[in-house]
Design a protein around this ligand. Sequence first.
Ligand code: IVH
Length: 722
Amino acid sequence: MTDHKLDHMIAKSKTLSPVDELTKAQVKVELKRLTLELESHDKHYYQEDAPKITDAEYDALRKRFNAIEARFPEFVTGDSPSQKIGAQPSGRFAKVRHAVPMLSLDNAFAEDDVVDFAARIRRFLRLGDDDKIDFSAEPKIDGLSMSLRYEGGELVTAATRGDGAEGEDVTANIRTLKDVPKLLKGRNVPEVCEVRGEVYMTKQAFLALNERQKAAGDTVFANPRNSAAGSLRQKDAAITASRPLGFFAYAWGQMSAMPADTQSGMIGWFERCGFRTNPLTKLCHSVEQLIAFHRKIEEQRGKLDYDIDGVVYKVDRIDWQERLGFVSRTPRWAIAHKFPAERAITVLRDIEIQVGRTGSFTPVGKLEPIGVGGVIVQNVTLHNEDYIKGIGGDGEQLREGRDIRIGDTVIVQRAGDVIPQVVDVVLDKRPRNAKVFHFPKKCPCPLHTDVVREETATGEEGARARCTGEFACPYQKIEHLKLFASRRAFDIEGLGEKQIEFFFEKEWVREPADIFTLPARNNRIRLEENEGYGETSVRNLFAAIEERRRIALERFIFALGMRHVGETTALVLARGYGSWKAFHDACLKVAKGDEEAIAEMDALDQIGDTVIASIKAYFGESHNRGIVERLTKEVTIVDAEKPKSNSAIAGKTVVFTGSLEKMTRDEAKAMAERLGAKAAGSVSKKTDYVVAGPGAGSKLADAKKHGVEVLTEDEWLDLIGQ
Ligand code: IVH
């Protein structure tokens, strides 16, 4: 069906009579029409990934269809959309908030990193050299993580990881996996169990699926991970059911009771419940055994029928896991020991300059396309001017004695999700006409501003070049708008990089607020008259924009695109200040150099000079303040969720000083944060408690100066009920 016809039908359906008033003759025609429409939208959404109507519009069609069928069951046919196996009730996958966030793992690449990991744990827990730490060592499956929620032993929700806080509800699809029990086996299973693990596709199934896809002229997947993701994101669970997906259980989220007190015990329990766990999982008793495990699994890697990209080590004792806790988004008690990066040889065809959101230049190598570790690579980062010239500062460095020229044969490396890079040049193969690349002195943007090299922390000239156009540079503006609309920030469906470039060129969107005023200006713009747009797609886009007028504070802060304020930092700031007003007031004060506001920001965990300098620079600039002011008129910013806690110290600010006897200072800080307090680095009048051990110095004096309550370690432990 053409879009035009669909538009016409939808328009017509809006003027249709209420279900109660339909005659039998009308019902027949109406059901047929709705069936065709729903099928067409399902195809656009699931197979083409290009929906033509919004979720709400789709839901309305479905609702009308269901209401008619319910009233006239005699008209329900075998091929009705309501009869499809596993058909979902409506629309896109609903969002599911994870009861316990799904976090990721820190990486170790070298054996020394593993030694450090174990030493850090030992220090944190204050273990002696003779105390043994057991680790569960497991293959790191290269699939998609999944959280399965069971209530009363019954599978109720399956959710993807999403951004860690919120994932997509793929329950109907997950129910088709044979490795996932619908009911947990065994008696006395806790009332609430969230079992987490990895959904994957075997290499063999991946190859067979691609053959079938190719034969049918459908999407061919780049690797088993993508094919697993694509198979799971099917609207029609019958398609998921036809794709052989496996599941290994290896972790948990919310549990109303713990059936074991070790990681290995939990793995045993998962098996008793009816899950598959990875058969290569092994309990190791020393760092040497961990490293031997890594070597052994690496040897077996090629022979396994599923992709793995490393191994994971987890402290086995769960009480230790709890004490160790998390640093930002990764646990202190686990680490992924990755396998070495995969490499391939190809030719460098050209070098282009990419201007980033903050004006920094990245030279991008254009390659003769080459497969590296199952993915086709065409672009590589060449980092900076010095990297290309083969002269090194302390940053990234090419193999010694090499430089990169256009036409060179290069060795490309790809490690996990890291952007591929050139690590070496095959000098023997350098053609005579290989061209030395001259780094631009002017920004390629229409302003042709001068290019400067950034200063390093020590004030020397750094390797990174930047455009000096700042907010006047259109490249920077476009890059910021792309980030703003992206999945990790405002997540505006249908406003991808291409659309941003197009809207920017047309001067319809020059700054974030313009996105929200676009619908109201459309009677002048008439977007639907442009190639690639129709009435439905414009309606979809505007509905997506409307949907995002409410935004969580952390996403909003991240979306501003300040340098050094990534998602984690944005989250820390959002939690630290709670509301946009509090954060904004603080930023304006910081920009004016207000010492107290700076000290307060500095007191937030993980916020230091670099972030503060960046916030100061951003809010010190009137142009940026204007952008923010216009934007905040268009959106509603939702306050950050304060960490939930009933503890006596929730919401309080604590400073630890001197040496503690029962635990390390890091552990005390982590414990305070778990209980909802803020562990600060310096004492101000906003500090609630100073916990002082022997050897406390100036902070104790500061506490007295500001009249802050001082506690001994034991008093502190009493206060938090430990
Ligand atoms: S544990 C708190 N164990 O790796 C961390 N993750 O880089 C819980 N993964 O998102 C994760 N195999 O998708 C864990 N045996 C394993 C794993 C594993 C694969 C994935 C998982 C996670 C990612 C982190």
